[in-house]
Write a protein that binds this ligand. Structure first.
Ligand SMILES: Cc1cc2nc3c(=O)[nH]c(=O)nc-3n(C[C@H](O)[C@H](O)[C@H](O)COP(=O)(O)O)c2cc1C
Length: 330
């Protein structure tokens, strides 16, 4: 399967909002689809971890505000990268309530729909809610923002909770790294890329402003992370295994990797690092690699090692340790 095919699907940009026990919350979603016209029904796909999911499940109502092309990244960052569990997103957002009592975001919106849930489908990480439209208005003539516009023109990114996340954000970063575009900086929190050629128009940073000339209190226009979260980790990632160079090349091509992968067919380096050992599988004993990660500092000292690595959560653990070590280094 070519997962890039999924990138060819088009979407819009919306704020989905709902209410629970008088409290309001909302989130960005690109997944709003009209399902039928008579009666008008729409569907949304919402991550089960989101507070908005909890509110929709409880009240069985939601509103979808169609965002304008002029929506600032900060606004998308507030609704799309922060959870209502941390901040009150409606505190400083223009909204109104109509028939259902659910908050309808009017700020940066060109139109809105209100819907009552008539069915839902458990889709694993997400729930697909089907809603009957009970109210809808057009607010102005501005152009609705498409998902493609958000990515290509606004240079925006999406978090892991977005159904479309796939590895698009990661691929974007890999492409940037491959192109050797060292003047661009990546936000390690949300994947937003600061491109000096574009500047940050939302924050009045003109094109041509290098990253180090940005004000110290400048923050990521999408997720609000500080400038230090953009700092290049200045880290080289090297993968090493006993597989042949030929098989490595195949693997690199298949997964579009930009990291360096070394082949140690005679497992000399692997033995030096103590990761070549006896393994057992269904009672059968054999020699193989104990999957391990090492962080080596510029003096060649191993600063941290993980043995018998399980992949889930490991990347974040390594990244966190790396950031800490860099902070601690003189
Ligand atoms: C561009 C973009 C598209 C997104 N699309 C969806 C989506 O369709 N469904 C979803 O559940 N989350 C999506 N998200 C992620 C949520 O907006 C995000 O997880 C939010 O912080 C959840 O907030 P909450 O916990 O307050 O509900 C998207 C985020 C962005 C930035």
């Amino acid at each position: 399967m070519n997962s890039r095919t999924l990138h060819k699907i088009s979407y819009g940009m919306y704020v989905i909002s709902s209410v629970k026990e008088g409290k309001f919350n909302g989130q960005i979603a690109n997944t709003v689809f009209q399902i039928t016209s008579e009666p008008a029904t729409i569907a949304i796909s919402i991550n089960k971890q989101n507070l908005t999911h909890e509110y929709i499940s409880a009240s069985k109502i939601f509103a979808a505000a169609v965002l304008s092309e002029n929506t600032p990244l900060k606004f998308i960052g507030k609704f799309g990268f922060k959870s209502g569990r941390e901040i009150d997103k409606f505190e400083d957002t223009e909204f109104k309530t109509e028939k259902t009592g659910t908050p309808i975001v009017t700020e940066n919106a060109v139109a809105y729909l209100e819907a009552e849930i008539i069915n839902s489908l458990d889709a694993g990480t997400h729930t697909v809610f089907l809603g009957r439209v009970v109210g809808a208005e057009i607010l102005n003539d501005e152009k609705p923002m498409t998902y493609a516009y958000y990515h290509q023109v606004k240079n925006g990114s999406a978090p892991k909770t977005a159904p479309t996340y796939i590895k698009r954000e990661k691929e974007k970063i890999i492409e940037e790294k491959k192109s050797g575009a060292s003047k661009k900086y990546v936000c390690m929190v949300c994947g937003y890329i600061y491109d000096p050629d574009k500047g940050d128009p939302d924050d009045n940073i003109p094109p041509g402003t290098p990253f180090d000339k940005l004000p110290e209190d400048w923050t990521c226009p999408v997720c609000g992370a500080g400038k230090d979260e953009f700092e290049k980790l200045n880290t080289v990632i090297i993968g090493i295994s006993k597989d042949s160079p030929k098989s490595h090349v195949k693997f690199i091509d298949k997964h579009n990797l930009s990291i360096l992968i070394l082949s140690d067919e005679e497992h000399k380096v692997l033995e030096t690092y103590g990761v070549w050992g006896k393994k057992k599988n269904y009672g059968r004993e054999y020699f193989g690699i104990v999957r391990s990660t090492f962080i080596i500092d510029p003096d060649g000292k191993i600063r941290k090692e993980w043995k018998k690595v399980r992949v889930a959560g490991h990347v974040d653990a390594v990244l966190d340790t790396l950031k800490k070590l860099i902070e601690e280094s003189p």
